[in-house]
Design a protein around this ligand. Structure first.
Ligand code: AMP
Ligand code: MG
Length: 358
C-alpha cells in the first residue's frame, strides 16, 4: 500500500483567550477543505467542514474509522442548529440553552444541507455546541465542523496535543495545541428523535443533569458498557474503543476495601504467571499497591471523579509506553461522571471485568 505523508503544522494558542490571527489561519484550512485537530472541553477533535464531502472522507481515511460511524457536527450558534437539523421539537431550544455550550450531543433529524457522506447515510445528525473558546472561535470563523476524536480509531481519545501528534502527525494539515482538555472524556450523547430521549453514550453531562433538564431519559444497558449485546442502538456502539495495545482488566466492587483486595489478588495472580503488571489506581489507594511492589499509574481522586475522567485516556496511553505486560484498573462508582468513566474502562478492557463476591 502506498503511504502518503503530508506537512502538518502545529500552532499553540491560549485556551481561554486564543490569538484570533492564529484561529483564522486554522479556519482558512477548514474552509479550503483541510483537516484541523482542535481542543474541545471533552477531547481533541479532528475537524473538517461539514459541507465538504472530500474532506470528511479524508477524516475516515486518516483515522481508519469505519465509514458507517458518523461524526458529531460541531456548531457555534443556534442559527447553525436550524441549518444542520430539522423537525426540531419546539421545547428543545429552551432546554439546549441550559445545556449549551457544553458536553452534550443531541441526535436530531438531519436537514438537506447534511450530505449522505456527512451523515453516513443516516436520516439523523448528531449536533453539539462545544464549551471551549478555541473550538467555538474556529467554528465561528469557518463553518459547522464535523469532528470525531483526533485519534486512530479504537485507541484512547486524545486529551493533549501530544496524543494527537503521536497518532496523526504527517496525516493532517494542522494541529491547534490548546493544552489539556478539561473533562477528558467524550460528550454525553442522547437521541432526541426517540420519546423519551435515549442515552447512547454517558459523558460529562450526567444522567442526573439530563433528567433535571429533559425529564425522563431512557438509559439502556448498552450505554453502560456492560458487555456485548444483541443490538447496537447507535453505530458507534458496535466498535471496540479506547483500548490500549496491552491487555487491561477492570475490577469492580461496591466497597473500597473489597476493591483493593480484589485488585491486589488479581495483580498478584498475574505476577505468579510471570506477567509484569501495572495497577491503575486512585490517589486514595495507590500507596497500597506500591507497598506490595507494583508499578502504578495514579488516575485521580475518588473524592472528585472529574480528576479521574480528566486523566483516564492519558493513563490508558501510559500503559503502552511502560515496560509491563498488562494492566489492572480499579473501577469507580457509577454516579455522576463515574458512569462515563466505567463505560470507557469496560470498553477499553474489551469487557474483561472481574467483580468481587461480597
Ligand atoms: P466520536 O466522534 O468518536 O466522539 O463518536 C461520535 C459518536 O456519535 C459515535 O459513537 C457515533 O456512532 C455517534 N453518532 C454520530 N452521529 C450519530 C447518529 N446520527 N445517530 C446515532 N449515533 C451517532
Ligand atoms: Mg472517538
Amino acid at each position: 500500500m502506498l503511504m502518503y505523508c503530508i506537512m502538518t503544522r502545529l500552532i499553540k494558542v491560549d485556551a481561554v483567550n486564543p490569538d484570533m490571527a492564529l484561529i483564522r489561519i486554522a479556519a482558512d484550512v477548514i474552509l479550503k477543505g483541510g483537516l484541523v485537530a482542535f481542543p474541545t472541553e471533552t477531547v481533541y477533535g479532528l475537524g473538517a467542514s461539514t459541507y465538504n464531502d472530500d474532506a470528511i472522507r479524508r477524516i475516515y481515511a486518516v483515522k481508519n474509522r469505519p465509514m458507517d460511524n458518523p461524526s458529531i457536527v460541531h456548531i457555534s450558534s443556534f442559527n447553525q442548529l436550524y441549518e444542520v437539523a430539522e423537525d426540531i421539537p419546539s421545547e428543545l431550544e429552551e432546554r439546549l440553552k441550559v445545556a449549551w455550550p457544553g458536553p452534550l450531543t443531541v441526535i436530531l433529524r438531519k436537514s438537506s444541507r447534511i450530505s449522505e457522506v456527512a451523515s453516513c447515510g443516516l436520516s439523523t445528525v448528531a449536533v453539539r455546541m462545544p464549551a471551549h473558546p478555541v473550538a467555538l472561535a474556529l467554528i465561528r470563523e469557518s463553518t459547522p465542523i464535523s469532528a470525531p476524536s483526533a485519534n486512530i480509531s479504537g485507541k484512547p481519545s486524545p486529551t493533549r496535543a501530544e496524543h494527537v501528534i503521536k497518532d496523526l502527525w504527517g496525516k493532517i494539515d494542522l494541529i491547534i495545541d490548546g493544552g489539556e482538555t478539561f473533562f477528558g472524556v467524550e460528550s454525553t450523547i442522547i437521541d432526541y428523535t426517540k420519546k423519551p430521549p435515549v442515552l447512547y453514550r454517558p459523558g460529562p453531562f450526567t444522567v442526573e443533569e439530563l433528567r433535571r433538564i429533559f425529564g425522563e431519559i431512557k438509559v439502556p444497558e448498552q450505554a453502560l458498557g456492560l458487555g456485548q449485546f444483541k443490538e447496537a442502538l447507535a453505530p458507534g456502539m458496535k466498535y471496540r474503543h479506547y483500548a490500549p495495545d496491552k491487555p487491561l482488566i477492570v475490577t469492580e466492587c461496591s466497597s473500597l476495601d473489597g476493591l483493593v483486595k480484589l485488585t491486589l489478588d488479581l495483580a498478584s495472580d498475574e505476577v505468579k504467571r510471570g506477567k509484569r503488571v501495572v495497577v491503575l489506581c486512585s490517589s486514595e489507594t495507590c500507596s497500597t499497591y506500591v507497598k506490595a511492589g507494583f508499578k502504578v499509574i495514579e488516575a485521580g481522586s475518588r473524592g472528585n471523579l472529574y480528576t479521574v475522567a480528566k486523566n483516564l485516556f492519558h493513563s490508558l496511553r501510559l500503559i503502552d509506553s511502560m515496560d509491563v505486560d498488562l494492566a489492572v484498573a480499579e473501577g469507580y462508582p457509577e454516579v455522576g461522571i463515574g458512569l462515563a468513566i466505567m463505560n470507557r474502562l469496560r470498553k477499553a478492557s474489551g469487557y474483561s471485568m472481574v467483580k468481587c463476591t461480597t
